[in-house]
Design a protein around this ligand. Sequence first.
Ligand code: SF4
Ligand code: SF4
Length: 325
Amino acid sequence: MTSSPKWPLSLNASLSTLAANTNPLVLRGKPTNFCPMTAHTIVHADDIFPLTCSRSGTCCHGKMVWLNPWELACLAKANGMPTRAFRDQFTEFGGIRLRFDGPPGWKGLPACSQFDPERGCRVHTGRPLACRLYPLGRQLLGKEEHYIFDGERFPCLVGCPEVQELPKMTVRDYLHGQHIGPGQVAQDAYLHTMQRLADGAFVLLIESGLAASGDKKTLRGWRANGQQHPKERAHQLPIEWLDRLLIPELTQSLEDPQSYADAHYNLLQENAQNAFSHNHTKDGLREASCLMMSMALHLGRSLGSDPVQLADRWIVTAKKHGAHE
Ligand code: SF4
Ligand code: SF4
């Protein structure tokens, strides 16, 4: 027998921190390929590097730029388009990655869809955190935060050796000049949203009594969700939930990313409450738990996390609380 979960209002203290305690790894930057194990160099605020950009645009070619929902809305605004139209035309996987399908440029690599060979970035005022940070990236490991760059060689030296002739500056001054504050607030706020969506999946599995009933299919579903390619996950998520996750209908100002992300989560919570609070069958609970997990993982991917690692860690935590696979 399963009981009625009042998701997510009935989260108790221990369950509400389950997802957060799994210490997700988040890497941001503008990588050519995502690999959480890539060697990187940690930089410090007073370190001095050739951080004056030569504006050749090499790093706007052949890269991967992942977007959280606030960044997607900012990009659309900077481009003067409705968010849905921008999402459909310029992004992949439901809106979590910028398309790089522009004309080939540096090394024959395709340009970012927002790159203009004459003018540079078309969405400069709304560019995402990864672009503001580059050549640096931001790494969060639990509560530890570091600024890093990929590899051991300063990335700009690869495509723009001329930076050695330009003024050098400290990491602190560079980051200040890039106005990274709002982007970081948004990233951290959506990381919290990811954890709360995962908490919803925990509640629907554990607090509902589904796990105690011997169910094994839900954790298998979580694992399969983690292993999906983002294209497949975006395709499998019901379109209304994909839209709620990535292009929310909000009136909050983009100037305040924390309020925007909070309002977004409240809307998701309300949608989930309406959708799931009346279906207490095993199949219904399993489906709802997998949906919440899938959304948490897709959002995690948009933040630079590795969904395979996230799902693995959350499955281990669920098993410690009585779930089976
Ligand atoms: S690689 Fe570095 S110097 Fe070259 S365009 Fe990008 S940020 Fe500027
Ligand atoms: S959004 Fe702008 S800065 Fe970022 S990769 Fe695209 S063109 Fe370059």
